[in-house]
Write a protein that binds this ligand. Structure first.
Ligand code: FES
Ligand code: FES
Length: 131
């Protein structure tokens, strides 16, 4: 699977393995700019497509606005779900729509957080979509 290729062959361990069954969102990456679950994606099907992982989001020392907002709003505790949350959130805000908290919650419902940092995650995404 793409998740294993990223982690085991390319040593890009920022993308996390949670459930490995498409249910938690920890493995979220971008494929051609769209959010995708790498644990459900065959690596061979990704050939020739642009894959972005959490490692590719910042520009050098400059964090992506979604990353900055997560830091500012303390939108994590253990941090295990955070790369997936940020990748999903980044794909969400790229259309520049201003979503309500309820709409963000619905759109992010595939990304689980066992630490229940949901309120802060929503606040971070609301700030990022204004940025
Ligand atoms: S590890 Fe892919 S959805 Fe949970
Ligand atoms: S911050 Fe711990 S699982 Fe989300």
């Amino acid at each position: 699977m793409l998740l294993d290729a990223l982690r085991e062959q390319l040593h890009l361990t920022g993308t996390k393995k949670g459930c490995d069954h498409g249910q938690c969102g920890a493995c979220t990456v971008h494929i051609d700019g769209q959010s995708a679950l790498s644990c459900l994606t065959l690596a061979v099907m990704s050939e020739g497509r642009a894959i972005t992982t959490i490692e590719g989001l910042a520009r050098g020392e400059e964090l992506h606005p979604v990353q900055e907002a997560f830091v500012k709003h303390d939108a994590f505790q253990c941090g295990y779900c955070t790369p997936g949350q940020i990748m999903a959130a980044t794909a969400l805000v790229q259309d520049r729509q201003q979503r309500s908290a309820a709409e963000i919650r619905e759109a992010m419902s595939g990304n689980l957080c066992r630490c229940a940092a949901y309120a802060n995650i929503i606040a971070a995404i609301q700030e990022a979509q204004r940025a």
